[in-house]
Write a protein that binds this ligand. Structure first.
Ligand code: AVJ
Ligand code: FE
Length: 439
């Protein structure tokens, strides 16, 4: 008897859960217990908090809600509630020590496999609840990226390794003109799309130009060298205030090195390479660069149209290259490499209009505050995204070298405060089309 659709989904879910836990193990086994419980930056949790939080979320959402089973550890719910415990206070909590945290996540996972086994022949249920498993995979992968950012902030020698990203295969530069017209933004059909990506809706945009590639270190260095950090006119009022208060003068993790610059990546210093996308800049730095360059940041809708709209069919694709899941040939995702790839390294990942490296490498700041799409319905709970809607957060798109493919799509939306730059954030620029271009 061939495997039914439900059985195929079940084994796909099991494989994703396993692949994800292997990444979590890599990130938490790379350091010793002292390092796991230490706070490497007040912006971040101790790694051992992320580990047990991942297990606690899995217990709440799958073991208790979907499975209707007895709690494993109801007594620790508050400790691992991200809303009750601000990051800066987490190291002082009576957290599970590393060995107990590892045992806890294993116990929860065993129950989840048991649960998954038990719904083998109830396909409708598995399809309906499949989203809950997908959400747990994406949640753990998002924390893995956060843990990777913690590793980047950690003092001391290198403990993570990966092959360097591929070299450029084509020359990419300049801008791409996107013609005026409607496109479909968001999705109502992608099975693992989170609530904030839904529903699909039509957005009509005027013509605009968008950079064919993310802004590179070389371009960003020119902004620094031109005194960009000392010119209030390039900065918004809030941006300039932050620039002064925080003493910003270059991307995070950079330092002067003779005539040039070096950056620190996961415990190793190396010279800044001009053809790589700039990373570790905040929204205010990105917006200031764009103003200096005579441009602006793209809106979220402009980013998504450039990434998904297929001029031949008028359809929106799941990814710039089509509907197929990303492979290593399409994009720099999933911690396969530990920094952004040089511009031109992923010709197979370009959009039909010729926009490159939209997916992977660096999260790209947009000018859009984080809000629900028209018709938004919070699911499964308002705490995933709805409570963050408003003017405080800006949307970032496209995923970074540290984002797993399960948590990255043409519709996937990330958000953060405009001053944050410990995340793997970069940007590209856009501008309104000139009248002769629009015609
Ligand atoms: C979508 C990355 C902003 O880390 O705050 C993790 C993801 N939500 N646990 C975050 C998330 C709950 C979220 N971001
Ligand atoms: Fe979380």
């Amino acid at each position: 008897r061939p495997a039914t659709e439900g059985e195929q989904l079940r084994s796909r879910i099991a494989a994703e859960l396993e692949r994800t836990r292997a990444r979590t193990a890599l990130l938490t086994d790379a350091v010793d217990d002292d390092d796991l419980v230490r706070q490497h930056s007040t912006l971040m949790s101790p790694l051992v908090w992320d580990l047990a939080h991942v297990g606690n979320q899995e217990e709440l959402w799958l073991v208790r809600d979907v499975g209707g089973r007895e709690p494993v550890r109801r007594d620790i719910d508050d400790l691992y509630d991200a809303f009750k415990q601000p990051r800066k206070d987490r190291p002082a909590l009576p957290l599970l020590p590393p060995a107990e945290a590892r045992a806890y996540v294993r116990t929860v996972r065993d129950k989840v496999y048991d649960l998954l086994d038990g719904i083998r022949f109830t396909e409708r249920r598995l399809v309906e609840d499949g989203f809950a498993f997908g959400m747990i995979v994406q949640h753990e992968q998002q924390h893995d990226e956060t843990m990777l950012a913690t590793h980047q902030l950690r003092a001391g020698g290198p403990v993570l390794d990966a092959a360097p990203p591929p070299e450029p295969r084509v020359r990419v530069g300049g801008e791409v003109l996107v013609p005026a017209g409607p496109f479909t933004m968001g999705t109502s059909t992608d099975p693992w799309a989170l609530d904030n990506e839904r529903p699909a809706h039509t957005v009509d945009l005027p013509a605009y130009a968008i950079d064919a590639a993310p802004v590179t270190n070389g371009q960003y260095r020119a902004f620094i060298a031109d005194g960009g950090y000392d010119e209030p006119r390039w900065w918004s009022e809030a941006g300039w205030r932050h620039r002064v208060e925080a003493g910003l003068s270059a991307p995070m993790h950079w330092r002067r090195d003779g005539d040039g610059w070096a950056y620190r990546r996961f415990g190793r210093w190396s010279p800044v390479r001009d053809d790589e996308p700039v990373v570790h800049v905040c929204f205010h730095e990105a917006a200031a660069y764009a103003a200096w360059a005579g441009k602006r940041l793209p809106t979220e809708a402009e980013w998504e149209k450039a990434a998904r709209w297929d001029p031949a069919t008028g359809r929106s694709r799941r990814y710039p290259w089509g509907d197929e899941d990303p492979t290593g040939a399409h994009a720099n995702l999933g911690q396969r490499h530990l920094w952004p790839a040089p511009v031109g390294a992923y010709p197979d990942g370009a959009s039909p209009l010729g926009v490159h490296q939209l997916i992977g490498d660096v999260w790209e700041w947009t000018s859009t505050p984080f809000r629900g799409h028209p018709g938004f319905v919070a699911f499964p709970y308002p705490e995933y995204s709805e409570v963050f809607f408003g003017d405080d957060h800006r949307v970032l798109r496209g995923g970074s070298f540290g984002t797993d493919r399960s948590a990255c799509r043409g519709t996937f939306r990330n958000w953060d405060y405009p001053i944050r730059r410990q995340i793997f954030s970069g940007f590209r620029c856009a501008r309104d089309a000139r009248p002769e271009e629009a015609a």
